[in-house]
Design a protein around this ligand. Structure first.
Ligand code: ASP
Length: 443
């Protein structure tokens, strides 16, 4: 079997194993799932292995982003290419996220998952009212430690400029700062003397090659890591709550799939002129990794590798479009934020005038830029939007959403990563690159 087939098989096996644990090892379901000793021990092992795998992926993020951007930009040799690339990339990010949000808005207004017979769904409402205190606590707990917190939008630029250049390398939470420092370094290298540029650029080139090699090694462990992550999630999902929120769940998934498998392929085919099937196949490892890890940032090394080695997109384009995309271009997240906020309003019977819905769309677009590429990060953005449009006392519903968040997070993260990869292909094509040829995708 090929590596991606191993990942897929282990993901399916993990779903089955997790479901068995969920069905046979749960001793209490209220207020949250409690497992017997066998179940807890197994979940503990999955958690341990899953965390190790996530750490291995995250470990290569800083050197990979730094070296890719520096080499990519310095390699351009002149700055006008960089500005053109930047313009196209930002245009794509804005348009694709905007379209995603509109799909979400359309679906949630059409299927109204928060209503029952035209009225706010009483069952959902009473369920969260009964658990209000608990869920409010969960939301607060999630918000603490989230970078940016409630001011995520206005803090965007502050977060971009570190006080000390090494701050940008110290943690994976400083992606914007890391990108900013890397761009400055890359642009700066174009302007210094050849004697200074040569050794510095060689150093970054060597480091880039090394990081990609280590990413390859890490991916050998992917089937095991993916198994652990998915089995843990599947074991810990409260199916009672999933049942209660089934309609909401399905609306989110249907909207995400429409964006990824209808809109994006049309764009790939008619705007970029490439085969969508070929592109999806080229990105298979990245999509599966995004789905299992629920983190765009952790998936970044895999996305870069897939685009370069399978889709044949140049280093110059991948190194610019992808690190930025993993941080600021989140179509799935933007779509999800919009659906979630509208759902909360429906359950609470809060009237959403057209102008309020417009505010939701704009805020979803803006906050999705600030959301970090880590699991459950949307929650902060949803909270910001909900407060901004004035929905009263929303914590409990958000807490309820959180109970089914992980599977939705996995799906929207896969969409986020897929959209980044489509952006890279579009930009590469517009730069005259020959991508996704029959030969390249076989790799
Ligand atoms: N988990 C998502 C990602 O990493 C962010 C989110 O929507 O929560 O892309």
């Amino acid at each position: 079997m090929k590596p991606w087939q191993w990942i897929l098989v282990s993901m399916i096996a993990a779903l089955v194993v997790g479901a068995i644990i969920n069905a046979s090892c749960v001793v209490e379901t209220e207020p949250e799932l409690v497992f017997n000793s066998v179940g807890s021990a197994l979940i503990g092992v999955f958690d341990y292995i899953g965390t190790l795998f996530m750490n291995l992926l995250k470990m290569v993020i800083v050197p990979l982003v730094l070296t890719s951007i520096v080499v990519g930009i310095a390699g351009l040799g002149k700055t006008d290419g960089f500005a053109r690339l930047g313009g196209k990339t930002l245009l794509y990010y804005t348009c694709s996220s905007f379209v995603a949000i509109l799909i979400g808005l359309f679906m949630v207004n059409t299927f109204k998952p928060g209503l029952q017979n035209g009225q706010p769904n009483e069952e959902i409402r009473s369920q969260f009212e009964a658990n209000e205190a608990k869920y409010a606590g969960v939301v607060e707990g999630k918000l603490v430690g989230q970078e940016g917190g409630m001011n995520a939008v206005t803090d965007l630029f502050l977060r971009m400029v570190p006080q000390n250049v090494f701050d940008a390398f110290g943690t994976n939470n400083k992606m914007l700062a890391l990108i900013f420092v890397s761009i400055l370094t890359g642009v700066g290298l174009i302007f210094i003397s050849p004697g200074g540029r040569g050794p510095v650029l060689s150093f970054f080139e060597g480091l880039n090659e090394l990081t990609l090699l280590i990413t390859n090694w890490v991916m050998w462990l992917a089937p095991l890591g993916v198994f652990a992550l998915v089995a843990e999630t599947s074991a810990q999902t409260g199916f009672e709550i999933v049942k209660l929120l089934a309609k909401y769940f399905l609306v989110v998934v249907a909207a995400l799939l429409t964006h990824a498998f209808v809109i994006m392929p049309l764009v790939l085919k008619f705007v970029a002129g490439v085969s969508p099937r070929r592109h999806i196949y080229a990105m298979r490892n990245a999509i599966l990794t995004a789905f299992s890890t629920a983190s765009s940032s952790a998936t970044l090394p895999v996305t870069m590798k897939a685009l370069r080695q399978n889709a044949g997109v140049s280093e110059r384009v991948t190194s610019f479009v992808l690190p930025l995309g993993a941080t600021v271009n989140m179509d799935g997240t933007a779509l999800y934020e919009c659906v979630a906020v509208m759902f909360v309003a429906q359950v609470l019977g809060f009237e959403m005038a057209l102008s309020t819905q417009f505010t939701v769309v704009m805020l979803a677009l803006l906050t999705s830029i600030g959301v970090a590429g880590v699991p459950s990060a949307s929650l902060v953005a949803i909270t910001i939007i909900v407060y901004n449009v004035g929905i009263p006392n929303p914590e409990a519903v958000i807490g309820l959403i959180l109970a089914v968040d992980r599977p939705l997070d996995m799906t929207r993260t896969a969409v986020n990563v897929f959209s980044d990869s489509c952006g890279a292909v579009l930009v590469a094509k517009s730069e005259g690159e020959d991508v996704l040829t029959a030969d390249s995708v076989g790799a």
